[in-house]
Write a protein that binds this ligand. Structure first.
Ligand SMILES: C[S@@+](CC[C@H](N)C(=O)[O-])C[C@H]1O[C@@H](n2cnc3c(N)ncnc32)[C@H](O)[C@@H]1O
Length: 320
């Protein structure tokens, strides 16, 4: 754990204000991490919290909290995309609030051996769950055009083709094993950004997203939240880049009936199912300047929150 800084929870007060934990309530923290949200929820009311994380290191932290908060806090190792199955298996059929704080923790990014960082040399790994294919497997086995597509789509990197070409040329000599090897190849073909952002940033983001199926998890997690929340229960989601925020924004806009309707003159039945969420605010909530100064990693964070209505779930086909 050398060189690891503690994770500072982002938008913590805002997430708690959205969830408004109440006595007797049951809450799910789908991205337990260092447990900042779980502890704050437990501190706000005489309620119960179920923590979920796919990272065995975070689960170890959660087990300690389980001991300290016996009977009130429960830790589950798993993915929030399976949130409803994980909870139902434990006889929890409904919750009063769900928090998702998408992305990596400071512990993950700062530990060189987890392989998330282009700034620190480590094995090219990036697996949150510490199992399954690594980033090295993706980089060494994916064909050039698919690699370019991944980097373009999930890194929003304009120079994706150039990078994919350089990766494929380099791996012919020697397969990639270390984060520093990949970062060096990218830095050779991508000019330094004027804003000082490392040229490897976008490609590393893309690989992290694909290795952990982060977009798929987010979509499954949002749908699971719709199924698990009690009427009035709040879903609070914090994201760190535009790709994720777009998915959350579009889900909540559609499910709250705020998305463009086919026609205002059509009856409700023809326009689609009843809204399953009510937005708590139309705009995303951003950290204030004081939080960004205290924790620069919060600067790109956005919180979107919505309360569940009594309407039935739309389901996978959009409820039509
Ligand atoms: C940004 S940290 C959460 C920090 C936490 N809110 C706190 O205050 O300490 C994100 C955590 O979510 C976990 N995670 C990311 N995607 C996940 C998924 N699909 N299922 C479960 N855990 C996930 C990561 O392993 C990481 O520990």
């Amino acid at each position: 754990m050398s060189g690891t800084s503690p994770h500072i929870s982002v938008l913590l007060a805002e997430v708690i204000a959205a969830l408004t934990p109440r006595d007797g309530g049951v809450y799910a923290d789908g991205t337990f991490g260092a447990g900042g949200y779980s502890r704050a929820i437990l501190g706000h009311a005489r309620c119960a919290v179920w923590g979920i994380d796919r990272d065995p290191d975070a689960v170890t932290t959660g087990r300690n909290l389980e001991t300290a908060e016996a009977g009130r806090f429960h830790m589950i190792e798993g993915r929030f995309g399976d949130l409803d199955e994980l909870l139902r298996q434990r006889d929890v059929n409904q919750v009063d609030g769900i928090a998702l704080d998408i992305g990596v923790s400071s512990m993950q990014i700062d530990q060189a051996e987890r392989g998330f960082s282009f700034a620190k040399d480590g094995p090219l790994d990036m697996r949150m769950a510490q199992s399954g294919p690594t980033a090295a497997d993706v980089v060494n086995a994916t064909d050039e055009s698919d690699l370019a597509d991944i980097i373009y789509r999930y890194g929003e990197e304009r120079l994706s083709r150039r990078i994919a070409k350089a990766i494929v040329a380099a791996r012919k000599d020697k397969p990639f094993e270390r984060t520093s090897e990949l970062a060096a190849v990218i830095r050779k073909v991508v000019p330094k950004h004027a804003d000082g952002i490392d040229p490897a940033t976008r490609t590393f983001q893309a690989l992290r997203i694909i290795v952990n199926d982060e977009m798929g998890e987010l979509e499954r997690g949002l749908a699971a939240a719709e199924r698990m929340l009690a009427p009035g229960g709040v879903l609070a989601v914090v994201t760190f880049h535009s790709l994720e925020d777009r998915v959350v924004k579009s889900f909540l806009k559609t499910r709250s009936g705020e998305a463009a309707r086919p026609s205002r003159h059509l009856p409700q039945a023809a326009q689609g199912p009843e809204a399953t969420f009510t937005l708590l605010s139309r705009r995303a909530i951003r950290p204030g300047s004081e939080e960004v100064a205290r924790n620069p990693r919060s600067r790109s964070a956005k919180l979107r929150a919505a309360a569940r209505t009594e309407a039935p779930c739309w389901g996978r086909d959009g409820g039509r």
